[in-house]
Design a protein around this ligand. Structure first.
Ligand code: AMP
Ligand code: GLY
Length: 434
């Protein structure tokens, strides 16, 4: 089979790498790809949001299955366009992708199906939003309704922060039409966890759990980023919590979307807060997380192609997923200055030495090949990913590899996995001194 992966980040690198291992795969293509993906797939220079261009490419290359990484083309209707052209594709339709494409839709959907989430109000006029902020208690979280490349969420500690968020979203229109409406919601506290499920619209299977590190600095300080590292499994998602998450969140979401007439086929990603009152949904995404995919997919023992084909053909009911019991950790190396302003074009050293190391992979996010060298081309540059018998070993192996990679002004967090380590140490049975 010929496979097309759409996108250009670490998530797409791990997807292309895994799919290439399937004995049923003849060739993997990626549009547009990056400097690392070029090592496992044929990269084609079609942007991920050029839906007509991608349809044309899929026809030209006789693609049997297209897998979509990022949210924007899904929200814009890539899956509908492919299906209209008789092309098989893994991912939600435009209507189903509203779970991520519209926070207002997602919140009202959760309200309709009694799925636990923060209390909220929706505003379409800045004046009304401001009046509400004047009489509410802080902190609150303010979210632009539409896609804002991960920048449309403001955690506001006081009225001044809140008014500023309304100004940015609804008046200055920093996210254009995405800020026509805002959600103002209760600020939840607790530990975050990412729960992903693969669904064929009716049936679904949960993937292994993971936890992202969203802030740029250690100890979760500084501004939000796309994600600075991840680990899997996430010890905070205990068996009893997973039971509740499945029963009260994932199952009603899949059922609810089918009832609404837009069955959800693809990866449902529920970003949750484990609050003192139980798990609550912070947000839905309609695709694999990045870097979460980089720690979950290496642990999947089942052929990923079989899973994606079963989901796109409505045949997930008798699929059982098998997982590597070991832990996986990904440390993201970024360009200095990210998520603000940063420089590109820095030569990356040390990659060759790591290529042959077992159970260790360097997935590329923002790189390109230039005259035989790999250079930086984005904010998040590499995802250095390692498996280990436990979280401690996986952390050590990933950081050892990070030390061997160099590029000018490279930056990474030094505490990826620290929370999981603390949790594991706290629950470890003390040994007796003899
Ligand atoms: P989102 O884009 O909705 O995932 O939001 C980005 C980040 O903002 C989340 O990962 C949380 O850290 C934070 N966040 C979003 N909603 C809330 C909330 N209701 N309470 C506390 N933090 C939140
Ligand atoms: N790592 C967060 C996301 O993929 O949205």
């Amino acid at each position: 089979m010929n496979i097309l992966v759409v996108g250009s980040g670490g998530r797409e690198h791990v997807l292309a790498w895994k799919l290439r291992q399937s004995p049923k795969v003849k060739q993997v293509f990626c549009a547009p790809g990056n400097g690392g993906i070029a090592g496992v797939a044929a990269c084609c220079p079609v942007p991920a949001d050029d839906i007509d261009g991608l349809v044309k490419l899929a026809k030209e290359k006789n693609i049997d299955l297209t897998v979509v990484g990022p949210e924007a083309p899904l929200v814009a209707g890539l899956v509908d366009a492919f299906q209209l052209n008789g092309l098989r594709v893994f991912g939600p339709s435009r209507q189903a992708a509203r779970l991520e494409g519209s926070k207002v839709f997602a919140k009202q959907f959760m309200q309709r199906y009694k799925i636990p989430t923060a209390e909220f109000k929706v505003f379409s006029a800045a004046e009304e939003a401001r009046a509400f902020l004047q009489r509410t208690r802080f902190p609150v979280v303010i979210k632009a309704d539409g896609l804002a490349a991960g920048k449309g969420v403001f955690v506001c500690q006081n009225l001044e922060d809140g008014l500023d968020a309304i100004e940015q979203t609804m008046v200055v229109k920093a996210f254009r039409n995405a800020g026509n409406q805002v959600v103002v919601e209760e600020c939840l506290t607790g530990e975050e966890v990412s729960i992903l499920a693969v669904s064929d619209g009716l049936n679904y299977a949960l993937l292994e759990t993971s936890q992202d590190h969203k802030r740029i600095f250690d100890d979760d300080l500084g501004p939000n980023t796309g994600g600075m590292g991840a680990y899997s499994p996430a010890p905070v998602a205990t068996n009893s919590r997973m039971y509740d998450i499945d029963r009260y969140i994932i199952a009603p979401t899949i059922r609810g979307m089918a009832q609404e007439g837009c069955p959800f086929q693809g990866i449902l990603y529920a970003g949750l807060m484990i609050t003192p009152d139980g798990p609550k949904v912070l947000e839905y995404n309609v695709r694999f997380g990045d870097p979460e995919a980089q720690v979950v997919i290496p642990r999947l023992k089942t052929d990923l192609l079989d899973v994606l084909l079963a989901a796109s053909d409505g045949q997930l009911n008798d699929m059982v997923l098998h997982w590597d019991a070991r832990s996986c950790v990904c440390v993201v190396m970024s360009s200095g200055g990210y998520p603000g302003v940063y420089e590109k074009g820095k030569t990356i050293g040390g990659l060759d030495r790591l290529a042959a190391r077992e159970d260790l992979w360097v997935f590329h996010s923002g790189t390109k090949k230039e005259t035989g060298q790999v250079v930086t081309s984005g904010g998040r540059v590499l995802g250095v990913t390692a498996l280990g018998d436990n979280i401690e070993t996986a952390v050590q192996r990933a950081y050892q590899a990070v030390e061997e990679i160099s590029f000018d002004r490279c930056f990474f967090r030094r505490d990826i996995g620290a929370r999981a380590l603390r949790r594991c140490q706290a629950t470890r049975v003390p040994e007796f001194n003899s």
